[in-house]
Design a protein around this ligand. Structure first.
Ligand code: MG
Length: 497
């Protein structure tokens, strides 16, 4: 895979950067899963120091000149070019941002996070608004330093999804918005997927639910010798290496689909990392290529596979064995519970159908903020107006509205659209597979999960970060982000049932 001598030398030097990243990832995981609360100050400093050390190595003349030399090599293969591309991108981003700005952003978001938590608890937006104002100001400054083609938002989107532009997101939503609206209206009036399921209220024993999650992961052939499942308040996946990928879920004691589908979602993220070509171990290619492509893998398993009738049927015996109360419901009841559509003001509780409206709303507000076209104090009202327009519900508090997400306090403006990208790419993959006579639903029926995993490995996973997201999609699916297929999927599932 890596034959060029300069590239080999570069990868040898890169190992130190990889190791620092590995340490940081482990510290981050420990932070969420194990660490006593009191450790957070020291851990924060340790992580910040390690990040600074990584930057110093990345930007050192020794390393950058080697990357430069590698860039000038001729006849590099795709993987070698991928290595050069990823490192050049990292270096160029780091070089453009003055350390003082980086420091100010990190310090501001540290304080903003605490203010946000406080504001949310007290349901008082005014405690957070000043911080948000400063974050917007710094984000605009960051965008100016990074440079952009049309508007500042382009620069921020690109940080999370290489090559993604505001125009791409505008195009996606101008197709999604009217089409989603039609489907949601129909679902709400038909009430087949929109109803109160008694299963939402059924309480479960946490130890029993852990057994369910474990057995579902067994069924999905999760490699326990290369992965773990733990508990954290916000489920996540952490890839420490290609053979150590850790996922988490939470247990609330009721509405068991939340715990279950967090597991299936994170399993999708983990499988992407675990199926990257082992030759990429400890190289810049050893991770999923972008947030959007990563999210496509989690949504594919959570929604397209997980919330299907076939999957429901497959795991029903596991539910019956451990939870017991599911024996009082037939497969159809449980499937409708899994696929329930319910407009909610809270994004993280949204079903797959209404979810993208939550992202559209945030995208529109972020764009206004970055263009300086809105006063921060007008945001909560606008948020609520949009929520009412899109989903017919008006948040009753800031907590249910503008203060619900952590992202803005972390200064992560431009992150949200990658969630919708994940949804639409998952549907593109579904269409690609079905269109090529690879019937995922039949395979689930036949319990041939390994075949599906193998297919996704060949299609997306094995390449790691070799190709830019748009290039990967063009190469493997024949086109870039296309929102048409998710609407087709929604229509088939929710309208044509
Ligand atoms: Mg995810």
């Amino acid at each position: 895979m890596f034959e060029n001598e300069v590239i080999k030398d570069l990868l040898k030097k890169y190992k130190r950067l990889w190791a620092l990243g590995h340490a940081r990832a482990l510290m981050g995981w420990d932070n969420e899963v194990n660490m006593p609360r009191g450790g957070s100050e020291e851990r924060g400093i340790a992580i910040a120091e390690i990040s600074t050390l990584s930057q110093e190595i990345l930007l050192s003349p020794e390393f950058t000149s080697l990357v430069e030399k590698a860039s000038k090599q001729e006849d590099l293969n795709d993987y070698e070019e991928g290595v050069v591309r990823v490192l050049n991108r990292d270096i160029s981003i780091m070089k453009k941002i003055p350390p003082s700005l980086l420091y100010e952003i990190s310090e501001t978001s540290q304080r903003a996070f605490h203010a946000w938590r406080d504001a949310r608890e007290k349901n008082d937006f005014s405690l957070f608004s000043k911080h948000l104002e400063k974050i917007v100001k710094l984000s605009i400054e960051l965008a100016e330093k990074l440079g952009y083609e049309k508007e500042p938002y382009d620069a921020l989107l690109d940080l999370f999804e290489e090559g993604l532009r505001t125009d791409d997101v505008v195009n996606i939503f101008s197709y999604l918005k009217p089409n989603m609206k039609k489907i949601v209206d129909k679902v709400l009036s038909e009430k087949y997927y929109y109803f109160d399921s008694p299963l939402e209220k059924e309480r479960y024993d946490i130890e029993k639910m852990k057994q369910v999650n474990k057995e579902v992961l067994d069924l999905l052939e999760f490699p326990w010798d290369r992965g773990r499942l733990d508990i954290s308040p916000h489920p996540f996946t952490n890839g420490l290496g290609l053979n150590d990928v850790r996922i988490t879920t939470r247990y609330e004691g009721f509405d068991f689909k939340r715990s279950l589908f967090s597991v299936v979602h994170e399993f999708g993220h983990a499988t992407y990392e675990l199926q990257i070509d082992q030759n990429f171990k400890m190289t810049p290619l050893a991770s999923g290529v972008s947030l959007g492509i990563h999210e496509s893998q989690s949504r594919f398993w959570e929604n397209i596979i997980g919330r299907s009738k076939q999957f429901t049927e497959l795991i029903k015996p596991i539910l019956d064995k451990h939870l017991g109360f599911t024996r009082n419901y037939d497969t159809e009841d449980i499937y409708r519970y899994f696929a329930l559509v319910k407009p909610s003001p809270i994004r993280t509780e949204a079903d797959e159908l209404t979810y993208n409206f939550h992202i559209l709303l945030r995208f529109e507000l972020e764009r206004l903020m970055l263009k300086g076209e809105i006063n921060i104090n007008d945001l909560p009202e606008l948020w609520n107006d949009k929520m009412e327009e899109y989903l017919g519900i008006r948040p009753k508090s800031y907590k249910e509205g503008i203060l619900q997400d952590v992202h803005w306090s972390h200064a992560d403006l431009g992150y949200f659209p990658t969630y919708t990208l994940g949804n639409i790419v998952a549907a593109q993959i579904r269409e690609h597979l079905l269109g090529n006579n690879f019937n995922i639903y039949e395979l689930v029926n036949e319990k041939r999960i390994r075949d599906i995993k193998e297919k996704l490995k060949e299609l997306i996973h094995k390449y790691g970060s070799t190709y830019r997201p748009k290039d990967l999609l063009r190469k493997q699916l024949g086109e870039e982000y296309n929102p048409k297929y998710i609407i087709d999927y929604f229509e088939e599932k929710y309208v044509g049932h």
